[in-house]
Design a protein around this ligand. Structure first.
Ligand SMILES: [Zn+2]
Length: 76
């Protein structure tokens, strides 16, 4: 049987715990970065006709409202 002192056992416990928490934090940080990139490329727009809110792609000048189907000019 492997003999491990209580000091080493505590050290291993905290090492594994902090590594696990660090990995979880890293994964959440990466997910947050992806969400911010999506929000930078897109913007919330109110339809001029029915006032429905939807996400638009900033690279397009004209977008179609998903609710009423009319075209909205995004340069305004
Ligand atoms: Zn609309």
């Amino acid at each position: 049987m492997i003999e491990v002192s209580i000091d080493k056992l505590i050290l291993i416990y905290f090492g594994v715990t902090f590594t696990f928490v660090g990995l979880l934090w890293g994964l959440f940080y990466l997910q947050k970065g992806k969400a911010e990139k999506i929000l930078v490329k897109n913007q919330v727009k109110h339809c001029e006709f029915c006032h429905f809110r939807y996400l638009i792609d900033l690279r397009k000048n004209l977008t179609r409202c998903p609710e009423c189907g009319l075209l909205n000019d995004e340069r305004k």
